[in-house]
Design a protein around this ligand. Sequence first.
Ligand code: BEZ
Length: 211
Amino acid sequence: MALRLGDEAPNFTADTTEGRINFHEWLGNGWGVLFSHPADYTPVCTTELGAVAKLKEKFAQRNCKVIAISVDPIDSHKGWVNDINETQNTSVNFPIIADPRREVAAAYDMIHPNADTTATVRSVFIIGPDKKIKLTLTYPASTGRNFMELLRVLDSLQLTAKFKVATPADWQDGQDCIIVTAVKDEEIPAQFPKGHRKVKPYLRYTPQPNK
Ligand code: BEZ
């Protein structure tokens, strides 16, 4: 069954390029991004893993770990990492799960049989410190993901978990936010002392509260 927002991220034990892990223990008390790859030694995946390696520090600044998964075995992953490092001018610095029995792929519904009967699609799960799923994305094998978008979503998720705001289309960290409609007009000055502007009764902006 497909996983939905708010569901607990299924736990599993698996071999990775950094050793055997229990997923929930590996996540610890922080945030996590789990993203799948159709197969090792494939061109789009090679660029994606290189991109994530270069962004790992930005995920860490957000208290977020990253972990990839592919259904190929661990020896294949290790050889592929050499190619990724060589061609993407980086050093893969996060674990890649080996899932040859497709157990994790099945738990996370990463195989979409009408797209491909054996390979996973490009799934993304952002998991919160409570181990609940906060975001899901599904891309086709032919389209590499935009990992800066995941950083943007993390900024929004972490902000909106703390303040009664939502973030508008194309929002970037530091830009004005939307005050959620549950906040009454008369409550705004106390909760958002930086000020606000009311465009419509349901559309009220405030400067980002934690900046
Ligand atoms: C790729 O990563 O390039 C890829 C993988 C599977 C199918 C198509 C492309």
